[in-house]
Design a protein around this ligand. Structure first.
Ligand code: FE
Length: 137
């Protein structure tokens, strides 16, 4: 049976993540806009969950939203990201989490590119780990 990462104690994640990653991923924090390392990343590759390493997003679906956070119009593969109603802070939003480990990733808004999915996955850089595509394999 696969390891049940969703029920790991806080200590497990504190040992594995930086304090900023822990604040965002485990405590549902948000990094300040335009500060994340992947906001302006235009390299080809995949974006993995910083907590568990599962592939979540692809550079092929990344777009410039102007929001200050990395934005994707879809997930890399179906079933890797879970969506939840989030009514915190007096707003109704859709929270996105890693389906494998429960890491908080960001939120999904219905204002993405209309010619694609119309969705905008607004994701904290520090919840992701970018793996550049290896050329000429
Ligand atoms: Fe994960």
């Amino acid at each position: 049976m696969a390891e049940d990462l969703k029920n790991k104690p806080d200590e497990y994640w504190k040992a594995k993540l930086t304090p900023e990653q822990y604040r965002v991923v485990r405590e549902k924090g948000t990094e300040a806009p335009f500060t994340g390392e992947y906001v302006d990343n235009h390299d080809d590759g995949t974006y993995k969950c910083v907590a568990c390493g599962v592939e979540l997003f692809s550079s092929e679906m990344k777009f410039e939203s102007g929001s200050g956070w990395p934005s994707f119009y879809d997930v890399a593969r179906a079933g890797t990201v879970e969506l939840h109603d989030d009514k915190s802070f007096g707003m109704v939003r859709t929270e996105a989490t890693c389906a494998n480990c429960g890491a908080h990733l960001g939120h999904v808004f219905p204002d993405g590119p209309a010619e694609k999915t119309g969705q905008r996955y607004c994701i904290n850089s520090c919840s992701l780990d970018f793996a550049p595509k290896t050329v000429g394999k």
